[in-house]
Design a protein around this ligand. Structure first.
Ligand SMILES: *Cc1c(COP(=O)(O)O)cnc(C)c1O
Length: 380
């Protein structure tokens, strides 16, 4: 049996919506489907303003431009993240400053965040790993005390909550991803949530997103023609992709419930093996309502993780490692970091194993994964 690590879930409406977008001929940015997708996100998650983007990476880049990051500025983030989080900052000439994660959630440790704050710190980017929320209440308090912007990297965390409030709506900005590997997807896509109530900031965001023009105001009929008014780039997704996304967003509950069933199946079936002490499973802390983006186990030893991964892969199961810590990457070393700078992060990078999880995973697929996982563990 061959079991992929992830697989997009098609509701069936995608083709209908795409055909409709193609037929209307309105396929560039900010057409009907883009507006519908943005409105649906805003309403469902009680967000400030939502601007659809070409990717989660681009949402992060837009936020970095919007807060006016400059050379000399510092932005604190975990090292345990995807390179986009750091690249968005470096593209402005600013410096990513890494902080340690918590051992239990693999999310930014607020205590270490506080220790890393300097006179140059302008912002913090918490990353909600696996759809489990960072301690946003503590992070927002710290940000208020030190006058920092908070940009949530909520790429994993669309439709997940912390203390009842949707992730991506806690910070001043929230960045979503609809990449093919994420829960709700259009292949490549994202959204920037602007939760600050600031008309000028929103107008600027629209300009940056529309190649430095005031085209958004023109489309609303506020101005007669549009002109070059700011710096910017091309961050507007095609309406064809937003048609796919709208179909996905209308099935958010179904997709989430199916993922939840997979997650819970693993959690209950692997408990006995966890008690043998070789690994611990991911768990859901109090106050977190995840979107079941990932299921991972953390082994005590890197060699055991590698062996289990290899065995499962050879049996057709795409069990995979995840983020290679940024601080010990070739780029992180260029920034002056050494592998030993973040012990928890380094260990998690070496010891974490993700099991396949996707909506529509069948019982026989699940059984196959669990049976093989059990067999491999028993045979160690
Ligand atoms: C997927 C991901 C991104 C990038 O999103 P794209 O839509 O692929 O650009 C950024 N940060 C994290 C933590 C991610 O997992």
């Amino acid at each position: 049996m061959n079991i992929p690590g992830y697989r997009p879930y098609w509701s069936g409406k995608e083709i209908e919506y795409v055909a409709d977008a193609l037929n209307t001929g309105q396929i560039s940015g900010d057409g009907y489907y883009t507006q519908r997708a943005a409105a649906l996100l805003k309403e469902s998650f009680d967000a400030g303003n939502v601007l659809m983007t070409t990717s989660g990476t681009h949402a992060l880049e837009m936020a970095a431009i919007l807060i006016g990051l400059r050379p000399g500025d510092e932005v604190i983030m975990p090292s345990f993240t995807f390179p986009s989080t750091a690249c968005a900052v470096m593209l402005r000439g600013a410096r990513p400053v890494f902080a340690e994660i918590r051992e239990d959630t693999l999310n930014l440790d607020p205590d270490d965040l506080q220790r890393k704050i300097s006179a140059q710190t302008r912002a913090v980017i918490p990353v909600h790993y696996a759809g489990i929320g960072c301690e946003m209440d503590k992070i927002m308090d710290l940000a208020a005390r030190y006058k920092l912007y908070v940009i949530e990297d909520a790429a994993h965390a669309v439709n997940a909550r912390f203390k009842g409030k949707y992730l991506g709506t806690w910070g001043h900005f929230g960045c979503y991803s609809f990449h093919g590997t994420k829960n709700y997807t259009c292949g490549e896509g994202g959204a920037l949530l602007i939760n600050l109530d600031d008309e000028q900031l929103l107008a600027t965001a629209e300009e940056i997103r529309q190649k430095g023009t005031n085209r958004a105001r023109f489309l609303r009929g506020d101005v007669q023609k549009y002109n070059w008014v700011n710096i910017g780039s091309s961050y507007t997704p095609s309406d064809i992709l937003m048609a796919v996304l709208l179909a996905q967003l209308s099935e958010v509950e179904r997709i989430t419930l199916q993922r939840k069933a997979v997650w819970q199946y693993y959690f209950s079936r692997l408990k006995d093996y966890e008690e043998q002490g070789l690994f611990r499973m991911m768990h859901i802390p109090e106050g977190c309502e995840p979107n079941y983006h990932l299921f991972y186990v953390l082994f005590k030893q890197a060699a055991v993780r590698d062996q289990v991964m290899k065995e499962l892969n050879s049996r057709g199961i795409a069990a995979t490692l995840h983020f290679l810590p940024l601080h010990s990457s070739p780029m992180g070393r260029k920034l002056g970091y050494r592998p030993e700078d973040f012990k928890i992060t380094a260990r998690v990078g070496e010891c974490l194993l993700r099991l396949p999880i996707y909506a529509g995973m069948t019982e026989s697929e699940l059984d196959y994964v669990v049976a093989n996982f059990a067999e491999v563990i028993e045979g160690l």
